[in-house]
Design a protein around this ligand. Structure first.
Ligand code: PHE
Length: 356
């Protein structure tokens, strides 16, 4: 008896729920409610039966019936509010179609430089490189002196370097206040990494760099990735293999590289590295000015004069050798995503950024 009553109560609550949800106006709603909770509503009739039940069944059945009543009342209140809200909106003269999809939230996009930055770091991480960091406001010593760029070197000319404070001749790593600059390249992080660790070293450092330069292909702020590997018996062949592997991972499996002799004060020998043009795969096009090759980075074997600034116990052995490379992230991003003008990267025009 009690089970039958409980089941009946639940069935009625479900039926009432469907009726309330189907109601579109307040009077529909009131009618639906009366059918179940009115003076002779079906749930009301069940409620009246409770006192006549024997004590054993009274508890469980009474509970089920009261629950049904409460559920229907709660649904009624919610539904009444919903109908009221909808009619308010209609009443304001602007009917609202509540079945329309909500407006999609505006989603941001990764900046092409951020994408290239992450892709490059992922490639080198997968080869076992650590990711290092260094300050953008750097000492003259780390940025130039320790990299075999003595005073008077063109890289220090006022038109290239942003000086924070003047370089004092004879400044050392201990006199940090002497000669403070905005770093012009990420190479000082080579110096810092060697100062704080010992071989074997296998690191890259992506970062922001600054030069007093501004035209079609130069912006005063841009981005580089430095690479440094130091261990016993590291050779130029290791450099070549590493960069070929990187070029294939970044530009595609068919990419080839070529080395051209070059000069950097902190590498000997030094080389500039080209990759086959991503626009024409080497046959010659506008991007590569018909040559089929694109210059993407500078590299070389670490000059012994650079090791000479380091702890001789760690870097003094003639067996310790290394290679270093530096590449422009902005340029790599432009080549990969077909962006023609460097300045587009930093104007933050939403129409440009939305394409990524
Ligand atoms: N630091 C050099 C530059 O900014 C690039 C470079 C890095 C070259 C490491 C050789 C080795 O032009």
């Amino acid at each position: 008896m009690s089970d039958a009553l409980s089941t009946n109560a639940r069935d009625l609550a479900e039926e009432a729920g469907a009726a309330l949800l189907a109601a579109q106006t307040e009077s529909d709603l009131a009618q639906a409610k009366a059918r179940f909770l009115g003076r002779s509503g079906s749930i009301t009739l069940l409620l009246r039966e409770i006192p006549t039940l024997d004590p054993d069944t009274r508890r469980t059945a009474g509970q089920a019936i009261n629950e049904a009543k409460k559920a229907v009342e709660a649904l009624f209140t919610a539904r009444r509010q919903a109908i009221k809200d909808a009619s308010l909106a209609v009443g304001s003269g602007h009917p609202i179609d509540v079945t329309l999809d909500a407006r999609q939230p505006w989603r941001g996009h990764l900046h092409p430089v951020t994408r290239a930055w992450r892709e490059i770091t992922d490639i080198f991480s997968s080869m076992g490189y650590t990711i290092e960091e260094g300050p953008e406001v750097e000492t003259d010593w780390h940025c130039f002196e320790a990299l075999n760029i003595p005073q008077g070197h063109p890289a220090r000319e006022m038109q290239d370097t942003f000086y924070i404070s003047d370089f004092r001749p004879g400044a050392t790593v201990d006199a940090m206040a002497d000669g403070v600059v905005l770093r012009t390249h990420t190479s000082p992080v080579q110096v810092r990494t060697m100062l704080r660790s010992e071989p074997p070293i296998r690191m890259i450092c992506p970062g922001t760099v600054y030069r007093r330069d501004s035209d079609l292909t130069h912006t005063p702020m841009f981005h580089q990735v430095e690479g440094l590997v130091v261990d016993e018996s590291i050779t130029m062949a290791d450099l070549k293999g590493t960069l070929a592997e990187f070029a294939r991972a970044y530009f595609g499996a068919a990419t080839q590289i070529r080395f051209r002799p070059s000069y950097f004060p902190f590498t000997e020998p030094s080389t500039e590295v080209d990759v086959t043009c991503s626009g024409c795969s080497g046959s010659g096009c506008r991007i590569c000015k018909g040559t089929g090759w694109l210059e993407v980075l500078g590299a070389g074997m670490v000059d012994p004069d650079v090791f000479a600034h380091q702890d001789p116990a760690r870097y003094g052995s003639s067996r310790i050798q290394g290679f270093a490379f530096g590449m422009g992230i902005d340029r790599l991003a432009m080549l990969k995503y077909g962006i023609g003008d460097l300045r587009l990267l930093f104007e933050n025009d939403i129409r440009m950024l939305e394409q990524f």
